[in-house]
Write a protein that binds this ligand. Structure first.
Ligand SMILES: *Cc1c(COP(=O)(O)O)cnc(C)c1O
Length: 397
């Protein structure tokens, strides 16, 4: 590690210098190999350096890197078509990140409200995470993320997630839109209850409230389907994507139904880089592989295996309070601080994440194999044993 870093101190970084990746593994500068159950936080869903995407980007690198959205971009058109063919949406706006995708959704909701003489108000949910820009941190229902950055962008309010009674407030609030994650990621890997979504969607339909689903983390196969909303039996008006969309190449997208999308007209929104030839090529090949191979099916099977084995662990380790999640977005709630476990795992060459303040988060690549899951459990069980001993004061290490 460098003695003095000139990088702003916005991340608490591990002193690990990763230089190479392939599939579910990454290597550090000393040649040490790590099993990666983080996928760069739900980005490398096809594993590290997937061959197909690599080849497509390499070919595009030889042709054209950038030309601006003033011109037609073939790969962008194709990616938009592929996303719409495999969803309930008609049009796509491309940008570079999850926050930007949510910014676009927030702007489109406001424009829709403006054109329909509705209130520009948007309701989001507590413990949500929608990004770090001013509008998206204002939409985020977590004070710790907003602290120090007031005044916030106005027009947001927050209801309790998975709370039925609260939903009736929407009727009086008359917002133009709600924004939510179907599995809250950063907030602690908390899936929305099926019946709660039913109630939410029925109120929104009756009151003509747009539903924006933030699928930045849940999208692109992370939950075992291309979009998490497919589990919930409704069609959102807008969905936002980023993380897994480009397999590591930065790209974000906001998808909308025609009736909503048409409220964006030339000059209302834009992005210099959004969906540029390189990014769109990475996205196109990623989506092709997600829908054209058995990777989603396999992810569902691996999810089943992983979750059943975690349930068994829960029997043996009383500090594990809950195992939950959808597809390969899995949370293990523990009685205590999860960062100790993450640190122990790192020392054992296993990369995992935390979420919320009491949850371990597993985000293995969708291409994870049974053998790799077995390897994970060998290490993880050992880590939990160490943690247990440390916890009860025996401290073997
Ligand atoms: C990561 C994330 C974002 C922000 O994405 P960035 O690309 O970091 O701006 C927004 N929403 C959700 C649900 C996320 O998980």
């Amino acid at each position: 590690m460098l003695q003095t870093s000139h990088i702003m101190n916005t991340y608490q970084r591990y002193s690990l210098n990763l230089v190479k990746g392939k599939g579910a593994y990454v290597w550090d500068d000393k040649g040490e190999k790590y099993l990666d159950f983080t996928s760069g936080i739900a980005v490398c869903n096809l594993g590290h350096v997937p061959e197909g995407v690599k080849k497509a980007v390499q070919e595009q690198l030889e042709q054209l890197w950038h030309c601006s959205n003033l011109f037609l971009i073939q790969s962008q058109e194709k990616l938009a078509m592929k996303l719409c063919e495999n969803s309930c949406f008609d049009e796509v706006f491309f940008c570079n990140s999850g926050a930007e995708a949510n910014e676009a959704a927030i702007k489109l909701a406001r424009k829709y409200a403006f054109d329909h003489n509705k209130l520009p108000h948007i309701v989001s949910f507590k413990q949500s995470f929608h990004g770090r820009t001013m509008a998206t941190l204002s939409a985020t229902g977590q004070e710790k993320i907003q602290k120090g950055f007031h005044p916030l962008v106005s027009g947001f309010s927050y209801l309790n997630y998975n709370d039925y009674v609260n939903l009736n407030k929407l009727i009086d609030m008359k917002p133009c839109a709600v924004i939510l994650e179907l599995v809250q990621g950063e907030g602690g890997v908390i899936p929305a209850k099926q019946e709660w979504i039913e109630k939410l969607t029925s109120i929104c339909k009756k009151e003509e409230i747009l539903i924006i689903v933030d699928e930045v983390q849940t999208g692109m196969g992370r939950t075992g389907k291309l979009f998490a909303y497919e589990y919930y039996n409704f069609e959102p008006d807008m969905v936002t994507l980023a993380k897994g969309l480009g397999s590591g190449f930065p790209i974000g997208a906001m998808l909308a139904k025609k009736e909503v999308a048409q409220h964006f007209t030339p000059g209302t929104h834009g992005s210099t880089f959004g969906g540029n030839p390189l990014a769109a090529t990475a996205g196109l090949e990623t989506v092709k592989e997600l829908v054209g191979t058995n990777v989603l099916h396999s992810a569902q099977e691996m999810s089943f295996i992983l979750k059943s084995k975690l349930e068994q662990l829960k029997e043996n380790f009383t500090f594990i309070k809950d195992v939950r999640g959808l597809g390969l977005m899995i949370g293990i709630e523990i009685d205590g601080d999860p960062s100790g476990i993450v640190q122990l795992a790192l020392e054992e060459k296993l990369l995992i994440l935390t979420a919320g303040n009491n949850t371990i988060r597993l985000l293995p690549p969708l291409t994870i194999t049974e053998n790799e899951i077995e390897r994970f459990f060998e290490v993880f069980q050992h880590v939990l044993n160490q943690y247990k001993d440390t916890d009860s004061g025996i401290i073997r290490r």
